[in-house]
Design a protein around this ligand. Sequence first.
Ligand code: SF4
Length: 492
Amino acid sequence: MEKYLYKPLPGNYNLIMAYPAIEEFALASLGYLWLYKIADMAEGVNVLRCSTDNIVTLKKIDSVAFSMSFDFDFLGVFEILEKLNIPFYSKDRDEDGPLVFAGGPVITTNPRPYEAFFDFMLIGDGEESFKQILGILKNYSKKKALELIKEIEGVYIPGEKTKKATVQQLPEVIYTPILSSKGYFKDTFIIEVSRGCMNRCAFCTASYTNLPFRYNEYEKIKNTIDLGLKYTNKIALLGAQISAHPRFSDIMKYLGDKIDDGINIELGISSLRTDAVTPEVIRTLVKGGQRHSTIAIEAASGRLRRFINKNLKEEQILNAVRISRENGLKGLKIYSMIGIPTENEEDIEEFLRLGKRIKDENKGFNIEFSFSSFVPKPHTPFQWARREDTKSLENKQKYLEKGFAKSGIPAKFSSIKWDYWQSVLSRAGSDFAPYLVDVYKNGGKIGAFKSVMKNAVIKNEYSLEEELPWDIIEMEPSKTILQNEYRRLCKR
Ligand code: SF4
């Protein structure tokens, strides 16, 4: 069952909005769905949704737009292009072939490994540029359209020397425009409360590629909540740092009061900053049916948290857990990371100590640790950092698995091998294009990466002075500021 919360307009220009994964995930992606809505409401554009398990059939495709959120999305891009019979490389598509373009966090962070496949890419916030692009696409030939699109803010045409990422004020509150029982978050009305995060943890692209922190006005958020409640009782608030909204407690109170008035609301929020966990917030979440929540501490050792600029004290972590337990949550997932630069044995030992302390102080409360491994990302102060080698990270993982099992604390780990390939992709240059195609053709699994990438030049660390493949993307803060920040953190 699908419910459209807007009126689509018909058109003759055939645009495919492609999500490089299964439809269940496409229907949970707020950014993708919002751009789909923009296209669906644009006069003269006939837009179709497409995902790896839902391929559309059309006599003539005028253009295909991809939204890329994860480093391995290129596999889904190739799968869809192959199923649509569209050549992967833009140079192999002729004047009559469709225009293929892309945007999303992966493209904004580093478009270089993918530039051979797209005619153009959107860097930064896409909503406003996308509207302008649609206006051009439906009115001009492919060649002329490209000439005009080139002038739009944030549009990167492969081969250009530099491009500034677009940062826009939030003109309107973005929400789920299509409610679906097939989506990963079934029939859930997601509301974007804020964009970006001002905390600048040194590894974090959600912060560094989305500065400055922006938020929607309280009144507008209230109205959007009311709009959502007309269609569903499932409301979710989204933002990397929603608790930094100056009226976050009012937003939570608005929802809490409605629940107290007998309105049935199932409430979800993306994640809570550890030092923003308060009894009121937790009580509202519990009233809204939430049983578990998550906090991210990244490191258990205070030294390492300071090093990554996560200025969070151990007392604040313990408070967050205690408040969550005392106010009705059943459990808490604690996100952490191994392999942060400079991490030593003591830092690893600290995870076991802290885990035990949390468990001892919160008997009967369900604590689970969830670990990923550090992936250096472009446009962050850690973009130059070395990623620890896989064997050493696997040893740390085994040690922690054993230690946590001994303490009876559940702990989950991401795949160190996949994280490694993610780190390679995120810092790759344009020379990676043929390897990406080969990885796809060889099945796209770890084995394919291993055998195909044998011939690739993989850099695991960069010097502060050298030119980086993604330097062509100009972003605030500048490279100089990132260099200074990296030096400053290394002195801590
Ligand atoms: S608090 Fe979270 S979202 Fe903000 S910079 Fe740190 S890791 Fe990123």
